[in-house]
Write a protein that binds this ligand. Structure first.
Ligand code: 13P
Ligand code: SF4
Length: 382
């Protein structure tokens, strides 16, 4: 896709891109106020039957999750999508990079659909191919590229995953970042971790026991990443300067405040939070592991959870015997995850029933070939 999701949002054109690319958008997007939305969704889902498989990320709205055949973190959903060869349509209720990965991991005859094309990920947009190629050129000039293994977080475009596959690296998710980084450090002397500096730092320092001094931040907006060749040579982990705009907002103050307000509370955060926040927390884990940790805790447990709001609300509903609070009242939903709502889901499902395929996500075969190498490497990690 030539235009990034950030570009789309900045330009405020949303799904209009589809018509610009010559894709017509027939049919009407149902109104949010339509009282028959749930009925319409049920009828369309029933009509599609086993031809469709609906995946829902944990950050999706409840109204969407109600129609998901499976729910999961990005690792589980990638595996689930790959395990449904009989489904003609994979409806991905998540964000763009997840739908791209599903397209790469499914067969050529399967069609992956993202109900709203403007559902991107601001972190994934923080690394583009040109910037990564410039970084690699600088590592080559510094004489370290041949000892460096790229590790790309799932939250990246297919093109970045392809770069990783082409250079002997792997994709990782928040649930296997430790294994992926340890694998890369056995294979080479350095790791280029992108695009989330926080997940990279938390994994290197808090999970693998490296020091903060072993890490250097590569700033794609500065000459030579803002580093000297000596700093590049010395670093074991080069962290791309990207972050999640939702998780990056939790602070150590919010951790201290909740501990003072709720005695006995345990703080549970996603590893996309800043290093200081993760260091101060009691438990860190992917969305799937956050859910398991709370579910397995005894009745009466108190948890302050630092991740996206739809998931925290669902945790509170699903665990009425526990006290679940949001870690910081000022942090809100992931606005791009939230773009997928029931009207968009109804729109794409009803269109499929009528024989019209909307919002298909396809990855260029040349990119898909190398991106699949990196994704398969991730799936083969121990
Ligand atoms: P998970 O891999 O934990 O599902 O996280 C994906 C994500 O986008 C978190 O912000
Ligand atoms: Fe991207 Fe952050 Fe939203 Fe996850 S929560 S999809 S990393 S912007």
């Amino acid at each position: 896709m030539a235009t990034s999701i950030t570009d789309l949002l900045l330009l405020g054109r949303g799904v209009d891109l589809a018509s610009e690319r010559g894709v017509s958008c027939p049919g009407e997007l149902p109104a949010v106020s339509d009282p028959n939305l749930v009925e319409r969704a049920r009828a369309a889902r029933k009509a599609l039957g086993s031809r469709a498989f609906v995946l829902g990320h944990h950050y999706q709205r409840d109204e969407v999750i109600a129609f998901a055949d499976v729910m999961g973190d990005s690792f589980k959903l990638a595996k689930d999508a790959a395990a449904r060869p009989e489904a003609e349509f994979i409806i991905f209720c998540g964000v763009h990079f997840m739908a791209e990965s599903a397209d790469i991991l499914t067969s050529a005859s399967q069609k992956v659909i993202l109900p709203d094309l403007a559902a991107g990920c601001s972190m994934a947009d923080m690394a583009n191919s040109e910037q990564v190629a410039q970084c690699w050129d600088a590592l080559t000039a510094a004489g370290v590229a041949d000892q460096t293994i790229p590790v790309t977080y799932m939250n990246s475009s297919a093109a970045i995953k392809a770069f990783t596959g082409e250079h002997g690296g792997t994709v990782c998710t928040s649930s296997n970042a430790k294994t992926a980084m340890a694998w890369a450090l056995e294979k080479g002397e350095k790791v280029l971790f992108l695009p989330d500096q926080h997940l990279g730092r938390n994994t290197a320092v808090l999970q693998l026991g490296l020091s903060l001094d072993d890490c250097a931040v590569w700033n794609p907006w500065k000459e030579n990443g803002g580093l000297t060749d000596a700093q590049i040579t010395r670093a074991r982990i080069l962290l791309w300067r990207g972050h999640c705009s939702v998780h990056g907002r939790f602070t150590v103050d919010s951790v201290n405040e909740v501990r003072a307000r709720i005695p006995g509370v345990k703080v549970l955060v996603h590893p996309e939070c800043q290093y200081e926040v993760v260091s101060a927390a009691d438990v860190v884990g992917s969305t799937e592991s956050i859910i398991k940790t709370v579910a397995q805790s005894p009745a009466g447990s108190k948890w302050a959870v630092g991740t996206e709001l739809n998931l925290v609300r669902r945790l509170a509903t699903d665990n009425p015997d526990k006290e679940i609070v949001f870690l910081d009242k000022t942090v809100c939903y992931c606005s791009t995850m939230n773009r997928i709502d029931l009207p968009h889901l109804v729109w794409v499902m009803e269109s499929l029933v009528q024989g019209r395929l909307l919002n298909q996500i396809t990855v260029d075969p040349k990119i898909a070939k190398y991106a699949k190498i990196a994704l398969d490497q991730m799936l083969a990690l121990p």
